[in-house]
Design a binder for this molecule. Structure first.
Ligand code: TXA
Ligand code: MG
Length: 342
């Protein structure tokens, strides 16, 4: 299949891509988090193409995207309206996904057999214009091949999806760089995946405690009890083995310097750079507590190591506060919980 590439989101591009969606084709589009691989969420054949193009496990459900929070109720039940109102007023549009009981208007394949559906309203103007042009709810996972780092630029989508999908809409680089926060709304509020909308922000807006699901910071051993099926799989992984290095700053930097001299790739903090040699295998994730910068850099850096053919990578692991929790969650999954204490 020849993949059409639109280097700008124009009216013509939107009309064309909206039509492709109604015809059951796949279109990659930008959001404020990462690029999405979109299909008509009401069309089972179209949704199945997503799993095929990504090489995604069939038991891992998809997020459905809407242009307006008011559209959600057609496709999902909202048991606690007051709670939903608070969340949608604060974070929709924005990088928050909520998991709700599903309604039958959606293809059952978006939920991968679950009775719930994950929904979100992206804040990226191009994303919402695309959803409106399609006139359908858009099922969209991140537009990478499964287990690869999520795409934060259209060029990353080309690397993974060229020839496999109908079109790619280029809307520039993504603002946040990590995928949306996924929140399960039931009697308790449970964070299934951390993102740019933080646990602290949700607690502030709702006045309720947010529980962090066990799968966010630990390895999921018992697959029967996984709240979010995506947590079972190795994710975001570069080709080279990756390990996280933790301990006192001086010791971590000494470890990095030695590994660097042996040819390893290093993903360090800005502050570490002065202790290390400058070379193309050493990259800064951002300043130690600038979690937003780390989120923005993370996936692109992992892809860059692949391009530079690095054979071994060591990384810092940020704290669990604010957006740091999202960066730590992605790095733990990328390194498969391989942590070296120095
Ligand atoms: O920022 C994002 O959320 C991006 C952009 C494109 O919107 N999308 C994205 O989709 O990250 P994906 O498929 O890569 O990740 C969706 C995550 C998976 O971990 C999946 O298991 C979880 O959400 N999920 C989806 N539906 C669910 C459901 N009904 N219950 C629990 N978890 C669900
Ligand atoms: Mg993904």
């Amino acid at each position: 299949m020849k993949t059409l590439f639109f280097d700008k989101i124009t009216e013509t591009a939107l009309d064309f891509c909206g039509k492709l969606i109604r015809e059951g084709e796949l279109v990659a589009f930008p959001t404020e988090t990462v690029y999405g691989l979109g299909a008509d969420a009401t069309n089972t054949d179209a949704v199945c193409k997503i799993y095929e193009a990504k090489g995604r496990e069939g038991d891992n459900p998809l997020i459905v995207h809407f242009a307006d929070p008011a559209d959600i109720e057609v496709y999902a039940s909202i048991p606690d309206k007051a709670l939903f109102e608070k969340l949608s007023a604060a974070f929709m549009p924005g990088p928050l996904t909520v998991v709700l009981p599903r309604k039958d208007a959606l293809s059952p394949r978006v939920s991968a057999g679950l009775s719930t559906v994950a929904v979100r309203v992206p804040s990226h103007e191009g994303a919402r214009a695309f959803i409106r042009a399609a006139r359908r709810p858009i099922a969209a996972p991140s537009a990478n091949r499964s287990h690869r780092p999520s795409p934060t630029a259209a060029s990353h989508v080309v690397e993974d999806m060229d020839g496999k999908i109908a079109a790619i809409l280029d809307g520039g680089t993504c603002e946040h760089g990590v995928e949306s926060t996924v929140l399960l709304l039931s009697d308790t509020l449970r964070l299934l995946r951390p993102g740019a909308v933080t646990r602290e922000m949700i607690e502030e807006v709702t006045g309720r405690e947010v529980l962090v699901d066990a799968g966010v910071l630990s390895r999921v051993e018992d697959v029967r009890r996984v709240a979010s099926p995506g947590m079972k799989y190795r994710h975001y992984a570069p080709q080279a083995p990756l390990s996280a290095v933790v301990g006192e700053d001086e010791r971590v930097c000494a470890f990095f310097a030695k590994a660097q001299s042996e040819g390893a790739g290093i993903l360090c903090y800005e502050e570490d750079l002065e202790y290390l040699a400058k070379n193309e295998r050493t990259m800064s994730l951002g300043s130690a507590e600038d979690y937003a910068a780390q989120a923005e850099t993370l996936f692109c850096a992992l892809r860059t190591f692949d391009k530079r053919r690095v054979e071994r990578i060591y990384t810092r692991l940020p704290k669990e506060e604010g957006v740091g929790l999202a960066v730590k969650n992605r790095l733990l999954r990328a390194c498969e919980f391989d942590i070296i204490e120095v």
